[in-house]
Write a protein that binds this ligand. Sequence first.
Ligand code: FAD
Ligand code: NAD
Length: 471
Amino acid sequence: ATPAEEKDLVIIGGGVAGYVAAIKAGQEGLKVACIEKRGALGGTCLNVGCIPSKSLLNNSHLYHQILHDTKNRGIEVGEVKLNLEQMMKAKDTSVAGLTKGVEFLFKKNNVEYIKGTGAFADEHTIAVNLVDGGETSVRGKNILIATGSEATPFPGLNIDEKKVVTSTGAIALKAVPKKMLVIGGGIIGLEMGSVWSRLGAEVTVVEFLGQIGGPGMDAEISKSIQKILGKQGMKFKLNTKVVKGDDSGDIVKIDVEAAKGGKEETLEADVVLVAIGRRPYTAGLGLENIGLEVDKRGRIVIDQEYRTKLPHIRVIGDCTFGPMLAHKAEEEAVAAVEFITKNYGHVNYNAIPSVMYTHPEVAWVGQNEAEVKEAGIKYKTGTFPFSANSRAKTNQDTDGMVKFVADAETDRILGIHIVGPNAGEMIAEGTLALEYGASTEDVGRTSHAHPTLSEAFKEAAMATYGKAIHY
Ligand code: FAD
Ligand code: NAD
């Protein structure tokens, strides 16, 4: 066999973490190859995650709004019909455009794209099983593992992606289920639950904890969005655990009981969405061949510079520590390459925003009120409701609020939490404020255009150090 070609950097995984690192490395003049096995670049996010789910969220929201929220606006429409096949096609078009776009960026930045499954043959060599058949291998002075994550299965339920689905099946259902049961009221459960509820399914969410939204969401905001989603028709069973499921028939039966033990009940659904979290994916990577280990939760162990105990091998994105978010993976990708080329890199993990793309959206950055309280910090809060914001009123979209959590003594912002229209865009301003160490008064004394939703952001800041004007 011919000796494997040596690169400055070999990346395993072409998801957001891997492809961003590849482009950055190309820009920095490194000889770089990126190995991806799914036949398309962009990973979970572009192919079966962020992008397809947002396409369905956007179009299902339009459909729902046209059905229920036009008459009062003076728009009378005729017969409204759902064409699910076309809605799925629109989603596929968005996905294909973006994944092809990444392929173009690879060419532009001299990244070699190897379509296949990579595994460690030794500490510097990756053996690749090519998608189109055959094998090759590539050597790297540096290696970056960016193999991502997969849905955590529910013991005893057989995921067929039709009747019992993860998010991957939930973005590709062929028909609107009559009844959908969602196990796990985190971000995936609420986003995908929203899609199918808007399209006509009766959706029930079973959540183990006493609040929805998954880790990090402020309790006051969580309560607010639960009420709003409830008005939209979603049902919630909190403090409830799934004991077991039976998926042998056409209708799936799920036994649930109170989390603390007690009352049992059997729920039935034609589609069950398992959304109880994701776990790092490192299967088949051959970590054992080079003596690398994963922790109890399957994460590859690394130091502050993303290095494993073999310092030329780094790990970023969903397959290691931190929130499983595309923009977190992207920050790490740039930092990891900079550690290789410049010996320094930086990610501020205290200022990574989270967004849930329901309607209205929920977005936050920094610490929530419970976390600040638990840390024993003296704090103050300020809120402003969208019902008192002029633009939200003109848009007839007034559910929600903005909430600041700030240090009581210094006024420095500790966290910002929003439930409301356009929260996902608005949180960028909050993230910048946090990144720059702003106080609530800095934000409150910054002019915000009128009439915009972002005035609610300014006024919530004003309410934290003083008083809002319009509430
Ligand atoms: P991945 O995107 O999972 O990419 C890893 C890639 O590595 C995969 O393509 C895989 O095929 C490949 N791979 C694995 N092993 C090998 C191997 N041995 N050889 C070759 N290739 C390999 N995050 C957000 O920030 N915003 C959102 O709106 C959002 N929405 C989401 C919606 C859903 C339904 C899901 C499931 C996730 C969502 N996420 C969202 C999370 C986001 O998708 C992940 O955080 C992100 O994709 C992580 O990027 P990654 O590159 O680490 O991993
Ligand atoms: P999650 O961690 O957000 O939520 C899982 C929920 O399931 C939690 O509330 C948990 O308490 C609950 N749960 C766990 N076991 C349970 C059980 N046996 N019965 C009932 N409830 C149970 O996970 P997810 O929603 O699956 O999402 C996975 C990852 O994907 C997250 O890290 C998320 O950040 C990411 N993601 C992000 C976005 C976004 O940024 N908009 C969208 C989708 C997914």
